[in-house]
Design a binder for this molecule. Structure first.
Ligand SMILES: Nc1ncnc2c1ncn2[C@@H]1O[C@H](COP(=O)(O)OP(=O)(O)O)[C@@H](O)[C@H]1O
Ligand SMILES: [Mg+2]
Length: 336
């Protein structure tokens, strides 16, 4: 036992020297917090030295197959909620398009077998996509589809369902490492990940890959009930060995009917339960959003509003305000 434990430390020390890694970088590769990593390298046991877990070594060996250090300055944002219909795909699509229209280089990744984002971004004729997010999970090097100079997309296909059944932790980290390789290769500034309506492995792989999570909520009682289990899962993902630096950016109320009592109640309930997390800006229920996603437009609400003018302007402004609020929150975390 003891031999094995010490050999983990020797192996890690060797890697640390070979790749000239800092403790922060080791934390990013293994998913253990920086303070845990520091404790692995303490000189003597009395100083609270901690043993290097086998899992950290396994993840290091995976990482070595293609050693990329981190997300760089890119921001990886996952949009999640196990409830369907709250607007995960709508927000992913619109945020990705709006960020790219603002001059950022953006990668949108569909992590849902239903492939709604894939259809809207790439068009039905391109389904199934040649290189899907399934391949990222399998550790393959892939080429994202180019939509414009500043917008790329990795679509989803039905094979992604098999990933949900594979429990190997390495598969989940493959997704993260694949994204990091692409960030380095293409100099992406934002990566937006759309999530499935479940709390399975694919959902977890999205959390492990991300710096930030955004939670859209449809103001309805059953949707509220799901939030508790979602928050519990996020806390699990934030543990050492997974994604200790993942931050919850907040909860965005979407498809809001402003005047109704149920909306008012749910807003109050949310603010009471998660006072720091609820976005001040909200997005209304609007047929313009549904229309903007039909094959006729297949576009962001901002671009739809440019064509349809008054029909889309109000909700398009709401999307802009929500996006700005999200970017302010990111800035706050980055400056902290
Ligand atoms: N603000 C909104 N107003 C009206 N319809 C919306 C709005 N946001 C989303 N929708 C519609 O609701 C449905 C579900 O949204 P979607 O983004 O697919 O949710 P999810 O990905 O969470 O399942 C879609 O038909 C979408 O067009
Ligand atoms: Mg969806």
């Amino acid at each position: 036992m003891r031999m094995n434990i010490m050999s983990n430390l020797y192996e890690l020390n060797d890697l640390k020297n070979r790749y000239k890694l800092t403790n922060i970088q080791i934390s990013k590769i293994t998913g253990y917090s920086i303070s845990s990593v520091k404790k692995w390298f303490l000189k003597d046991v009395d100083q609270n030295r901690k043993l290097v877990p086998d899992r950290a070594i396994r993840l290091f060996r995976e990482w070595q197959k293609n050693p990329v250090l981190a997300n760089g300055s890119a921001k990886v944002i996952v949009i999640s909620n196990q409830k369907g219909g709250c607007g995960k795909t709508t927000l992913s699509l619109n945020f990705a398009k709006m960020l790219s229209m603002d001059g950022n280089k953006v990668l949108a990744i569909d992590n849902d077998t239903q492939a709604n984002l894939t259809y809207t971004m790439l068009g039905g004729l391109n389904y199934p996509p040649q290189e899907s997010s399934t391949l990222l999970h399998l550790g393959k090097h892939i080429v994202p589809s180019k939509i414009s100079d500043s917008l790329y997309c990795i679509g989803a296909d039905e094979n992604l369902m098999d990933i949900d059944k594979k429990s190997a932790i390495e598969v989940l980290f493959n997704f993260r490492d694949g994204i990091r390789r692409l960030i380095n290769e293409y100099s992406f500034e934002y990566v937006i990940i759309d999530s499935p309506p479940s709390l399975g492995n694919i959902f977890i792989s999205g959390l492990i890959a991300s710096d930030y999570i955004v939670i859209p909520v449809y103001p309805e009682t059953y949707h509220m009930q799901g939030l508790i289990s979602l928050m519990q899962k996020i806390r699990v993902a934030q543990q050492p060995g997974l994604s200790p630096n993942l931050k919850i950016l907040g909860i965005i109320l979407n498809r809001v009917n402003k005047g109704t009592i149920v909306t008012q109640n749910i807003r109050e309930q949310l603010i009471e339960s998660f006072p720091e997390l609820v976005f001040r800006n909200e997005i209304s229920q609007s047929t313009a959003v549904i229309e903007s996603q039909t094959p006729k437009y297949s576009n962001s609400i901002v671009e739809y509003a440019k064509i349809e003018k008054r029909k889309g302007e109000k909700v398009s402004q709401e999307f802009e305000m929500v996006l700005n609020e999200m970017l302010d929150k990111i800035k706050y975390y980055e400056e902290k």
